[in-house]
Design a protein around this ligand. Structure first.
Ligand SMILES: Cc1cc2nc3c(=O)[nH]c(=O)nc-3n(C[C@H](O)[C@H](O)[C@H](O)COP(=O)(O)OP(=O)(O)OC[C@H]3O[C@@H](n4cnc5c(N)ncnc54)[C@H](O)[C@@H]3O)c2cc1C
Length: 555
């Protein structure tokens, strides 16, 4: 059996940053479903936040983040995120990230939603890809062993301690076990719980679900961010950078409708505010075929080609619209999970030896609504911190015993799916799941609709117990992996719907028509969801307030 001190699951920004740091104290390996630079981090367009300019301050960045979070973010964690950001940006640059520059040759910064200052650093509109390549080079330099196209299907936890993982090696189809003293989960988000999300198909919340089943609680799962500008056909993102560079949002009457909803910040209000405004315009009949428009024409061809090149290509290829000539039709789409595995500021979950970082974790720095540019930042700051903590933890404990029965159990589960002929196909169940969340757990929610979602997901989960696959082989069986992933999405949808039904208030991305106001007396608290065979058990946790008592939020 393979044996490492630290196993990092995921080779996106959080995973690679964690691995580089953990390798300073321990023997580390990284596993990924895909080649590292194919991770979803590479799709990030807009940028990464840090208060760099002489007129900006980390304090102001922290306040904007607290306000953006609708006061649900933990302020101690937010202060760390913002305080450590400038040094991390400089380090990324030293590692080889080529950031776009301003006229004076300094790192350029564009304005982003909900920010009081232009503090989003970027590399044109391919920021995530550029950072991902820089970290990949650094990881190669350290000599860390990467297992590509290995899909982790079990976390081995015994006596409430992590013992290692079990993964399918896609090429051989064999199950492989790795014994480890510490595991860092960096498996990204879970957008495909919803129909047409902006996320990659591989972002199926694997780490969240595996750890949840192994006893680590999920936190604040009811908060799913709907990004204001995704393409109708397939949910592909049009970056907030398009509005940051000066793009306008128009309704069918040609009005800049944000004047009615956020007169000061207009298009650069916080994402939850802009998405609700768009949905209202569409529902009240001022949309165009279920969309509103992003208008970039006034920016001019030169700026569009220099700063928003990829956006232009996506608009031409997918929507058949050249933004130099015409506005792009967009609508709000499921984009980012503010919730995730509950961790402390070192990435530790409640299971000793199990850490989490990046989108699969909830530290919580985003609270009820994440600001654009803060997620890439989180992957770097908390990837680094969790890698350090995991490396040091592993160096301080003895190698654990690995229960051999874990491999037999995992194999029996997979054989069970492969052998079954009578049941329903995984992708059909996934589609039904996505339809019910889209319809009943979207931007505006009510008790009746959420209840419908809870019942439907419970029914889908029962039917999933006899899921079948058509490909009965072992080698590169993507049908099997997709069926397993659907199981993760179902568990996460249950936690989201349960949290949403219980939370009788509107805060950030969770907007209840039947409880339209924020209710700090009853709901200034985090939701914890613990896995049980009968569905999630909810518990609550106080929000950490350091400097900024909850105040009214307007843009
Ligand atoms: C289209 C898009 C644009 C975005 N733009 C921005 C932006 O401009 N600024 C910003 O701050 N944020 C942005 N975000 C959000 C941000 O990019 C993500 O939250 C962040 O990159 C997630 O990084 P991660 O390292 O946590 O996960 P990911 O980059 O998603 O990586 C997950 C890794 O886990 C691996 N993995 C998953 N499951 C398994 C398994 N079972 N076994 C083995 N490996 C597994 C995958 O192979 C992958 O390597 C954007 C998101 C999207 C979808």
């Amino acid at each position: 059996m393979l044996e490492y001190d630290v196993v990092v699951v995921g080779a996106g920004l959080a995973g690679m940053r964690a691995a580089i740091e953990a390798a300073k104290a321990s023997k580390v390996t990284v596993l990924s479903k895909v080649h590292p630079v194919r991770s979803h981090s590479g799709a990030a367009q807009g940028g990464i936040n840090a208060a760099l300019g002489p007129d900006d301050s980390t304090e102001s960045h922290a306040f904007d983040t607290v306000k953006g979070s609708d006061y649900l973010g933990d302020q101690d964690a937010i202060e760390i995120l913002c305080r450590e950001a400038p040094d991390d940006i400089v380090e990324l640059e030293h590692m080889g990230t080529v950031f776009s520059r301003d006229a004076n040759g300094r790192i350029a910064q564009r304005p982003f939603g909900g920010a009081g200052f232009p503090r989003t650093c970027f590399a044109a509109d391919i920021t995530g890809l550029v950072i991902l390549h820089a970290l990949y080079e650094q990881m190669l330099k350290t000599g860390i062993k990467v297992f590509e196209e290995w899909v982790v299907t079990s976390l081995v936890v015994d006596d409430n301690k992590i013992r290692g993982i079990i993964a399918i090696d896609m090429r051989s189809g064999r199950l492989e076990a790795i014994k480890a003293k510490a595991v860092v989960l960096a498996t990204g988000g879970c957008g495909p719980v919803f129909h047409n999300s902006s996320n990659a198909l591989i972002s199926t919340g694997d780490g969240m679900s595996l750890a949840y089943r192994a006893g680590a609680p999920l936190m604040d799962m009811e908060f799913m961010q709907f990004h204001p500008t995704t393409l109708k056909a397939n949910g592909v993102l049009i970056t907030e950078g398009a509005r940051g560079e000066g793009g306008h949002l128009l309704n069918a009457l040609g009005e800049r409708f944000m004047a009615r909803y956020a007169p000061q910040k207009m298009e650069l209000a916080s994402r939850d505010v802009v998405s609700r405004a768009e949905q209202t315009e569409i529902e009240e009949g001022r949309g165009i075929d279920g969309c509103i428009l992003v208008d970039l024409r006034h920016l001019g061809a030169r700026k569009i080609k220099e700063r928003l090149l990829q956006i232009r290509e996506l608009a031409i290829d997918i929507a058949g619209v050249d933004p130099i000539e015409e506005p792009i039709p967009v609508r709000p789409g499921a984009h980012y999970s503010m919730g995730g595995l509950k961790t402390d500021v070192s990435g530790a979950t409640l299971v000793p030896g199990l850490f989490a970082a990046g989108e699969c974790a909830c530290v919580s720095v985003h609270g009820a609504n994440r600001l654009g540019g803060n997620s890439l930042l989180e992957t770097i700051v908390f990837g680094r911190r969790s890698g350090k903590a995991a490396g040091e933890f592993a160096a301080s404990v003895a190698a654990p015993a690995f229960p051999e029965s874990a491999i037999r159990d995992a194999d029996a589960r997979i054989e069970g799916i492969l052998k079954r002929d009578d049941g329903e196909k995984g992708y059909a169940l996934r589609r039904e799941l996505q339809e019910t969340t889209h319809e009943n757990l979207g931007i505006y929610r009510t008790a009746g609709r959420i209840q419908r979602c809870v019942e439907k997901v419970t029914e889908i989960k029962e039917r999933y117990a006899s899921v079948i696959v058509q490909d009965k082989g072992r080698i590169f069986n993507t049908d099997l992996v997709s069926a397993i992933e659907t199981g993760y999405l179902i568990d996460l949808a249950q936690a989201m719907a349960a949290g949403a039904l219980a939370r009788e208030e509107s805060r950030g991305a969770h907007s209840r028509r039947d409880f339209p106001s924020r209710d700090d007396d009853k709901w200034l608290k985090h939701t914890l969801a613990y896995w049980t065979p009968n569905g999630p058990r909810l518990d609550y946790l106080d929000v950490t307030i350091t400097k900024w008592p909850p105040a009214e939020r307007s843009y």
